[in-house]
Design a protein around this ligand. Structure first.
Ligand code: URA
Length: 208
């Protein structure tokens, strides 16, 4: 099965289950991830806001527009990345998602990651960062590449501030833009690592 079909199946399942999940009452409350299912980069945010829940698309409100503009400015095409959230339904009044809500949607994000198999995960804000880096402070680690073990696999994670936080002040905005500028370079480096690993295993196959 191709990745696009696997994602459609995943979201069909999630929509069916929606009434029994926290925050959701019906299938249309779910805001699916979007983008290229074969993307090398997966941007993971927190939870949909008002505009996202109306349009049923992630990151289309004010902070989403800022995120997408900043991505485009560094040469990342929206069509080449995948964007999603840890919680798939808007929390009331855009409050922070609770640990129970994050846990309830965990299996869906986990499956999304398993299907897409991104080379690089860019976390937006402290909630998605905490999924991979639970014991760190975002102010200390943003803009730095981390290699983590997740579901028994090595994964590269690049934490960034949430774009809504970046919009709150000039310093944060600049910091967000500086970190985003690094993303294409970081991706290139990660891609080279993958090629080296692939090459090493080819050589091993020849040697054995
Ligand atoms: N903030 C998020 O974390 N996700 C969205 O989709 C929109 C705003």
């Amino acid at each position: 099965m191709d990745k696009a079909q696997a994602l459609r199946d995943l979201y069909a399942d999630l929509e069916k289950t929606a009434p029994s999940l926290p925050l959701a009452t019906k299938a249309s409350d779910i805001v699916p991830g979007e983008g290229n299912p074969d993307a090398d980069i997966f941007f993971i945010g927190e939870a949909p806001g008002y505009h996202e829940s109306v349009q049923r698309r992630p990151f289309v409100g004010v902070s989403g527009k800022f995120l997408r503009k900043t991505m485009t400015e560094v040469g990342l095409n929206e069509e080449d990345v995948y964007i999603g959230n840890i919680v798939k339904v808007r929390p009331p009044d855009n409050r922070d998602p609770s640990p129970a809500e994050i846990l309830a949607y965990k299996q869906y994000l986990d499956q999304e990651i398993e299907i897409i198999e991104p080379l690089l995960i860019v976390t937006l804000g402290r909630f998605s960062m905490a999924k991979f880096l639970p014991d760190v402070k975002i102010s200390q680690v943003h803009g730095r590449l981390h290699k983590v073990v997740w579901n028994q696999k090595a994964l590269f994670v690049f934490p960034m501030y949430h774009p809504a936080a970046a919009l709150r002040g000039t310093k944060m905005r600049e910091s967000f833009a500086t970190d985003m500028k690094k993303v294409p370079k970081v991706l290139k480096w990660v891609q080279q690592q993958q090629e080296t690993i692939a090459l090493e295993s080819d050589v091993k196959d020849i040697l054995l």
